[in-house]
Design a protein around this ligand. Structure first.
Ligand code: ADP
Length: 579
């Protein structure tokens, strides 16, 4: 519970902080993006205004104007409708003499009409001559009209040249058409959409793709001009605005007043054409995008994405820091948890130790005291009974001193005070002395002891007391854990460069997973039998310490229910090794 809290609390706090930080970061980024967008729109509007004002106010019609015209008394006249040729031809057509000339009634006149009206008449003549079969005379007229510039139109704004060119002989048709198209592109506003459509169809028939493509924009502009005219009329007249937008893609139409009252001029530009000079290069529309506001009501621009990353720049950094902090908190909590557990384990082991040692002390003490009292209270006891009492007391006091020895030695080890006085020792005598001191114990516990000490054991470097205590601990354990089959065997023999001393029992055995841990301080195997067998978990810790202090070691082999074999290994000194 505490451990979970120790991990969860800092991690949750970090997570909360991280999410908040990222949230704020995201909000700041979005805010920054809004500001950037606003300033881009502002810049675009300023750029557009700067390039459009001169278009609106320039004395002549500047380049880049898609269409233009006049508004007089609320009525829109497009440029081609008011261009001189159209007006001239219209005027001529309402004149009776001109009509007579056209019909060919009066072929002879003193002053032939000049300008567009004259050319109109020439064209008419050529057609009549052609019908009359006078092809040559007709050709001369057609050739004259075909060379006229685009601004020489009929009353519908169709260049007269376009009527003449198809009637030219094949060799002259092509160059004449090319010249006419150049002239149209140089003065596109003087042509009506009908005129432009005628040019396009002639180009399709005789000119070729590139000419058609070059006429595309002027034709679109002319159509837009007519739409604007219709829309203006249906909207009910002049607007007070200086700029209006219409069409898709949008055109921007700018108005300017003239000295004549009630008269305006207007000039229309394609929105994309203005923007082509701006570094922003937006797409214009009336339906979507950022509203440009005054002075371009209704006009919207879709700005291209900036090349900068949409994700907040600090996000990877924040995420990195969070990940590090998170893992540190997690790791810290885990370490703390481990420490905490180890501490708890140790404290529980100490408690077990105190309980175990006290119990182990009390049992022999109680026995000794009981027999002393018996001897004291019964001075008349027979010799045999006295002897038996004294033997038991001796055995119990030996057990007591072994335990006290273990505890003292453990405390010396813990304080790093334990040192071993190694000297050449004869192993059989050490083993024999332990066995004989424990003999009464074995007998009392009904243990059958068998020993096999090899005759050729070399002398080893050892501290005989410590080594004896290690062996006594193993024998004591073999006895304690021997269960029903109370047979213990002690073997000692040389094997390679070592002497091995084995204590083999046929007792309860040790589960495999416990076999390494039984050498840890205070550790007692978790088997049910251990509940009824006294112990402090120190014996094997001391055995291992002693053996390592002798440059040797201790090992265990065991099968639960079948018994255990503990082996003490001692290195044979170089001088003692078998040849
Ligand atoms: P103690 O005997 O006081 O419990 P030890 O350090 O001597 O402490 O032994 C640790 C544990 O190893 C014992 O509690 C026991 O579970 C196990 N053990 C030691 N020797 C034997 C053995 N011969 N047979 C079965 N288990 C043993």
């Amino acid at each position: 519970m505490w451990f979970a809290a120790a991990i969860l609390v800092p991690c949750t706090a970090l997570l909360y902080l991280g999410v908040r930080l990222l949230g704020q970061e995201g909000e700041i980024t979005r805010q920054r993006a809004r500001e950037v967008l606003q300033s881009r729109v502002e810049n675009l509007r300023r750029d557009m205004q700067a390039s459009l004002e001169p278009v609106r106010l320039a004395p002549g019609v500047p380049d880049g104007v898609a269409f233009h015209g006049k508004v007089r008394d609320g009525k829109v006249s497009l440029a081609w409708e008011v261009q001189p040729a159209v007006e001239q031809v219209r005027r001529a057509l309402s004149d009776s003499i001109f009509q007579a000339l056209l019909r060919g009634v009066s072929a002879e006149i003193t002053v032939p009409p000049s300008g567009a009206a004259g050319d109109f008449l020439a064209l008419q003549r050529a057609v009549s001559l052609e019908r009359a079969g006078q092809t040559e005379a007709a050709a001369a007229f057609f050739a004259r009209v075909a060379a006229k510039p685009a601004a020489v139109t009929d009353d519908y704004g169709v260049p007269l040249a376009l009527y003449a060119i198809p009637r030219l002989p094949a060799g002259r048709l092509g160059p004449a058409l090319a010249g006419a198209i150049e002239s149209i592109l140089a003065t596109p506003h003087v042509l009506s959409p009908t005129g432009l459509r005628m040019a396009v169809s002639l180009a399709q028939e005789h000119g070729g793709g590139s000419a058609v493509a070059r006429l595309k924009i002027p034709l679109e502009n002319a159509k837009a001009a007519e739409q604007f005219q219709a829309a203006y009329a249906s909207a009910g007249g002049a607007s007070s605005l200086r700029w209006q937008s219409f069409g898709d893609p949008p055109f921007i139409v700018g108005f300017a007043s003239t000295p004549a009252p009630g008269e305006f001029t207007f000039r229309a530009v394609r929105a994309t054409d203005i923007a082509s000079s701006s570094p922003i290069r937006p797409l214009f529309s009336l339906a979507e995008g950022q509203s440009l506001g005054e002075p371009f009501p209704g006009l919207r621009a879709v700005l291209p994405e900036l090349n900068q990353d949409a994700t907040p720049r600090q996000r990877p950094f924040v995420l990195g820091v969070l990940a590090i902090a998170f893992s540190m908190a997690f790791l810290g909590s885990l370490l703390w948890r481990r420490d905490f557990r180890r501490e708890a384990q140790l404290s529980s082991l100490r408690t077990q130790f105190v309980a175990g040692v006290s119990h182990e002390l009390r049992t022999p003490l109680t026995a000794i005291r009981m027999f002393i009292e018996a001897l004291h209270d019964n001075p008349e006891l027979d010799v045999a009974t006295r002897q038996e009492y004294l033997t038991t007391m001796l055995r119990e006091s030996e057990r007591l001193s072994r335990l006290v020895e273990n505890v003292l030695e453990f405390s010396r080890i813990e304080r790093n005070r334990q040192t071993y006085q190694l000297r050449p020792v004869s192993l059989p005598s050490v083993i024999q002395s332990v066995l004989s001191s424990m003999q009464p114990l074995f007998e009392q516990s009904g243990v059958q002891l068998e020993s096999a000490i090899a005759a050729d054991l070399p002398s080893v470097q050892a501290d005989p007391d410590a080594l004896g205590q290690a062996l006594a601990n193993l024998l004591g354990n073999a006895m304690k854990f021997s269960g029903k089959v109370r047979e213990i065997r002690v073997e000692a023999r040389r094997e390679g460069a070592n002497v091995l001393i084995r204590v083999v029992d046929k007792g309860i055995g040790i589960p495999p997973r416990e076999q390494q841990r039984i050498f840890d301080s205070f550790y007692r195997a978790r088997v049910p039998e251990n509940n009824s067998i006294q112990g402090a978990g120190l014996g094997l810790t001391l055995v291992r310490h002693v053996m390592r202090g002798h440059h040797g070691d201790v090992a265990v082999e065991s099968q639960p229910g079948r018994g255990s074999t503990f082996t003490l290994m001692l290195p044979i000194p170089a001088g003692e090794q078998a040849p």
